[in-house]
Design a binder for this molecule. Structure first.
Ligand SMILES: [Zn+2]
Length: 78
């Protein structure tokens, strides 16, 4: 199995859902680019295959990507 976004093969299973003893779905995550998806989303690899190459990430690019600004703090109304 490989990551649909960066093609890295280091995939981690973060969570699994069972119906009795039967595995129904897993949450999978790429240990290179952190993209995650549910195993039952079978169309995810096909969707990424149809996207232009500009939307894919090469693992060697990850260190030079711009930093995503953090979400601002919000205050709960009391
Ligand atoms: Zn990835």
């Amino acid at each position: 199995m490989k990551c649909p976004r960066c093609s890295h093969t280091g995939i981690i299973t973060d969570a699994e859902s069972f119906d009795g003893n039967e595995l129904v779905w897993s949450i999978l995550r790429c240990d290179m680019c952190c993209f995650s998806w549910r195993s039952s989303e079978e169309s995810i690899p096909q969707i990424f295959a149809l996207r232009p190459n500009a939307f894919k990430i090469a693992p060697e690019q990850i260190g030079s990507l711009p930093i995503v600004l953090p979400c601002p703090h919000y205050h709960k109304r009391s």
